[in-house]
Write a protein that binds this ligand. Structure first.
Ligand code: AP5
Ligand code: ZN
Length: 215
């Protein structure tokens, strides 16, 4: 199954993708996580990407496309994948279609999580992530059992530098201008499934499973 997750920052793409990885055994390909790894290691790519990410702007396509192409060609992505945070512009979506066509593959479904902006600000400013395993928490909606520690591995929880209110509002603006048009793009291709992303994490997972089982 070749899946794309669409949705604004904080819609729950990463949260749901991680659940599907467990259930279906296909990898989550998150361009945001890949970029943060580069930033953390201080690679040349990471140094370039950092200035855009800190402001909540999109990293240029030439950086993103090479990274995704390389990831999609790896062995674990051959039986399927869950793209999270990519594509983010119509140009990226067209480049993805071309990439997949060259590989003799295609997308099965684009899952769009719909959530109102004010809910997204609350979710992102309260998000905490495990430094060690990447598990996501929320100080109110999904608190860890022990404050500041990951339930799964005991790792330390941190707040992403782009999760402050000012940067979050800019990320939402960029989403509405550049990424929201992809909903129409995938509707026209006949593979869009819209999901009410304001429900609980469990209810959303169930909605997604229902859609995937019909595919
Ligand atoms: P990226 O890492 O992709 O961030 P994003 O799109 O802003 O999405 P998030 O990870 O913030 O949100 P999410 O939808 O995964 O939500 P989550 O599940 O964590 O991108 C970061 C930056 O990298 C970009 O700004 C850009 O600069 C660059 N970049 C990345 N990809 C790029 C590309 N393709 N092109 C160009 N630039 C790119 O959930 C959020 C919180 O809510 C958590 O605390 C969670 O516990 C909680 N939560 C989740 N679901 C629910 C629920 N149902 N109810 C209540 N709380 C919930
Ligand atoms: Zn952890």
């Amino acid at each position: 199954m070749n899946i794309v997750f669409l949705g604004p920052p904080g819609a729950g793409k990463g949260t749901q993708a991680k659940i599907l990885v467990e259930k279906y055994g296909i990898p989550q390909i998150s361009t945001g996580d890949m970029l943060r790894e580069h930033v953390g290691k201080g690679t040349e790519l990471g140094l370039k990407a950092k200035e855009y990410m800190e402001k909540g702007q999109l990293v240029p396509d030439e950086i993103i496309l090479g990274m995704v192409k390389e990831r999609l060609s790896q062995p674990d992505a051959q039986k399927g994948f869950i793209l999270d945070g990519f594509p983010r512009t119509v140009a990226q979506a067209e480049a993805l279609d071309k990439m997949l066509e060259e590989m003799g593959r295609k997308l099965d479904v684009a899952l769009a999580l719909i959530v109102p902006d004010e809910e997204l600000v609350l979710r992102l400013t309260g998000r905490r992530t495990c430094k060690n395993c990447g598990m996501m928490y929320h100080i109110k909606f999904k608190p860890p059992k022990v404050e500041g520690k990951c339930d799964a591995c005991g790792g330390e929880l941190y707040q992403r530098p782009d999760d402050n209110e000012e940067t979050v509002r800019n990320r939402l603006k960029v989403y509405h201008e550049s990424t929201a048009p992809l909903i129409e793009y995938y509707k026209n291709k006949g593979i869009l499934a819209e999901i009410d992303g304001s429900k609980s994490i469990e209810e959303i997972t169930q909605q997604i499973i229902n859609i995937l089982e019909k595919k």
